[in-house]
Design a protein around this ligand. Sequence first.
Ligand code: NDP
Length: 252
Amino acid sequence: MIEQSTFNIIVWVWIGIALLVFPLTLKVTAPYGRHSKTGWGPMIPNKLGWVLMEIPSLVLFSYFFLTGSAEKTTVHWILWALWTVHYFNRTIIFPLRTRTKKKKMPAVIASFAMFFNLVNGTLNGYWLGNFSTWLTNDHMLHPLFIIGMILFVAGFIMNQAADNRLINLRKNSTSYSIPYGGLFRWISCPNFFSEIIEWGGYALMSLSLPSLSFFVWTFVNLVPRALDHHRWYKENFSDYPKERKAIFPHIL
Ligand code: NDP
């Protein structure tokens, strides 16, 4: 088993990489979905790409959690269940539901995301399986655990609601249209906003370094993508609601 001090250094390095990558993600538009383009090497089917990208987080988190030496309390199982429900949805259900049948994404993008999920799932699962011995059942009454759980559940519900609205836009069309209703009233990307809320909530619940790193990475990945989506909507729809922000209501 790896020493906790060494593990913590690895996670700090991982957080440092996220901060270094942030200017890059702000500058370079990730070429998948509406921003998809050729010139990024071989392409793979979009749905397959999503399964391959996300599956390491689903499998490795559980593997390292279940094989870890820490005694498992109810708090541990709650954290495991929240992670697993989120990733079961993102890995299996989301790709089955999206209406992106003939679409493709660059294999290199899927590989980057796969690598990210491999590291993220391992760090979080390993921490919960081995270094979380202080997470006794008393922790369930800790205010940060309760606030974090409320944020996670609210984030998950908002994320599902936003996904549903986006998927429904493709009922009668294969292209893009302006989403309305729910949080779309205020922001272009409530799916990204709610994902940030979810992992912020998870970080408060577990109070661990790897969960903080995941929160930082989610911010670094999704804020630039929301800014790109928002710009794209304004360029492509002359009637795009002017008061709408990109990701944080009334702010950005
Ligand atoms: P998008 O919002 O780009 O797309 C989501 C789905 O809705 C896609 O199938 C897309 O089709 C479709 N869609 C989006 N907008 C429209 C529209 N205006 N009209 C019609 N269809 C539309 O999200 P992503 O694909 O980037 O991400 C999906 C989920 O994964 C999100 O919930 C996100 O939070 C999460 N994610 C999390 C990350 C993290 O670091 N934690 C990183 C990346 C994603 P199409 O593919 O054809 O554009």
